[in-house]
Design a protein. Structure first.
Length: 371
C-alpha cells in the first residue's frame, strides 16, 4: 500500500528512513520523542518536503525528488489525524465532517456520512460547534472527517496523546472498528506500547531518525536486545490466543495458545475469539522443579533461551527469555539466577499470575491466524 525512502536534514538530526508495507490493517511507528515520527508523518502528508527520496502509495508516486514530483497535500489521497483535533470553529460538527468529502477521490468506494456517524457515535453531536465538545468528541470528529475524504491511507500522529485515560478508552475501540470495517490501511504513530499492543499488526521502531527494527508486534516485543528502545517495563511478552471456554462459576476464561492453556479473569467475549494478550515480565516467576500445591493456575515447562546482561553495574535484576512454546520475558534477581543455575538450554518451570495478564491490551483481532 505504501513504500518510501526519504532523507531530510532536520535541525538537530538526519532523518533517513526506508520501508514498504503491502498490508492493510495498522502499521505502528514507535519511538521516543524526537526520534522523527511526526516529521515522517508530515513528509508523507505533504506538510514537510524531504530533501530527497520517494513516496509511493498504491501505484502512484506522490513524491519523487528525481522526477520532480511533489503532489499537494489535498491531492495525495491521505487522511491525516493530528495529535490535537483541528476543527473549524465556525462550522457545526456536520459541516466539519462534510468538509472531508471535498477531497474525495472519484475512484474510491463511497462512504456515506451516515455510516461514519454511526461507527463513531456522532449522531447527537451534528448540530453542535467545536467549542462545546470534549477532547474525545473533537477527536472522533477529526477521525470522521479524515475518513470521509476517502483516503488511500490514514496517517494518525499520536491521536490519543492529548486525551485522558477515560477518553482514550472511548477512542481505542473506534480505531479498531475503522481498521476492521472500513479496511483503510493505517499508519499509526505513537510512543505508547499499550496502544501498539492493542491495535497494531506490524511494528516499526524508529531511533535517531532511522528504522531500528521492523517486524510483528509479537516478535519485536519479545526481543531482549530491543529493551532499551521498547521500554524496560512496557516490553513484556505478547502472545496470540483463542478463547477456549469460560468458567463463570470461578470467574475465569481459558485461553488456548501455542504453549497450552492460560487461565485469566473472565473476559466477556464469544468462544473462539482471537485475542492478543500481554504478560508482564515482572509477573512471571521461575522454579527448577514443578511447583506443587501452589495458588498459581498457569505453570508451564520451558527452556531458558537467553539471559540478558544487566545494563548497570551491581543491578539487582536481569531479564531472562524463556521458551514455553512461545518466548516470554521473565524479570528475576541475579541472585535467583545463581541459585537456580540458570543458563541457556536449562529446563525450567514458569509460573504466570492469572491476574497479571494486561486486560487493557486484550482485543478481538480479525487478522490473527487461528491456533
Amino acid at each position: 500500500m505504501i513504500s518510501l525512502s526519504l532523507r531530510k536534514q532536520l535541525k538537530n538530526s538526519l532523518l533517513n528512513i526506508s520501508f514498504s508495507s503491502e498490508e492493510t490493517g495498522i502499521t505502528a511507528l514507535y519511538g521516543r520523542s524526537g526520534a522523527g515520527k511526526t516529521s515522517l508523518a508530515n513528509m508523507i502528508s505533504g506538510l514537510l518536503k524531504p530533501d530527497e527520496g520517494f513516496i509511493r502509495i498504491e501505484n502512484q508516486l506522490i513524491f519523487c525528488s528525481q522526477k520532480a514530483i511533489d503532489l499537494k497535500p489535498e491531492n495525495r489521497g491521505i487522511g491525516y489525524v493530528f495529535q490535537e483535533a483541528r476543527l473549524f470553529p465556525h462550522m457545526t460538527v456536520k459541516d466539519n465532517l462534510l468538509f472531508g468529502t471535498r477531497f474525495k477521490r472519484l475512484e474510491s468506494r463511497p462512504l456515506s456520512i451516515t455510516e461514519v456517524v454511526e461507527v463513531l457515535g456522532l449522531t447527537n453531536l451534528l448540530d453542535r460547534r467545536p467549542d462545546s465538545l470534549s477532547g474525545g468528541e473533537a477527536q472522533r470528529i477529526q477521525l470522521g472527517r479524515a475518513i470521509l475524504s476517502h483516503p488511500k491511507i490514514l496517517v494518525m500522529d499520536e491521536p490519543l496523546s492529548s486525551l485522558d485515560q477515560t477518553r482514550k478508552q472511548e477512542i481505542l475501540p473506534l480505531i479498531e472498528r475503522l481498521r476492521d470495517e472500513f479496511n483503510i490501511p493505517i499508519l499509526y504513530i505513537t510512543h505508547s506500547m499499550e496502544e501498539i499492543i492493542r491495535l497494531a499488526d506490524r511494528l516499526l521502531i524508529i531511533e535517531d531518525g532511522s528504522i531500528a527494527a521492523d517486524g510483528t508486534v509479537e516478535e519485536l516485543t519479545g526481543r531482549l536486545d530491543l529493551r532499551p528502545l521498547t521500554g524496560r517495563y512496557e516490553a513484556g511478552s505478547v502472545i496470540n490466543s483463542e478463547v477456549l471456554e469460560h468458567d463463570r462459576h470461578y470467574g475465569l476464561t481459558k485461553l488456548k495458545f501455542v504453549g497450552g492453556i492460560l487461565h485469566v479473569p473472565l473476559i466477556d467475549v464469544e468462544k473462539k475469539t482471537q485475542l492478543r494478550i500481554r504478560i508482564r515480565a515482572r509477573d512471571v516467576s521461575l522454579s527448577s522443579t514443578l511447583p506443587e500445591k501452589t495458588s498459581e493456575l498457569n505453570v508451564f515447562r520451558g527452556k531458558v533461551i537467553e539471559i540478558a546482561q544487566p545494563t548497570q553495574q551491581n543491578a539487582a535484576h536481569a531479564d531472562t527469555l524463556i521458551d514455553i512454546g512461545v518466548p516470554i520475558w521473565v524479570r528475576v534477581t541475579r541472585l535467583s539466577i545463581e541459585r537456580l543455575s540458570l543458563r541457556p538450554g536449562i529446563e525450567i518451570y514458569a509460573s504466570i499470575k492469572g491476574t497479571s495478564v494486561d486486560r487493557q491490551s486484550l482485543a478481538a483481532r480479525k487478522g490473527i491466524k487461528a491456533l
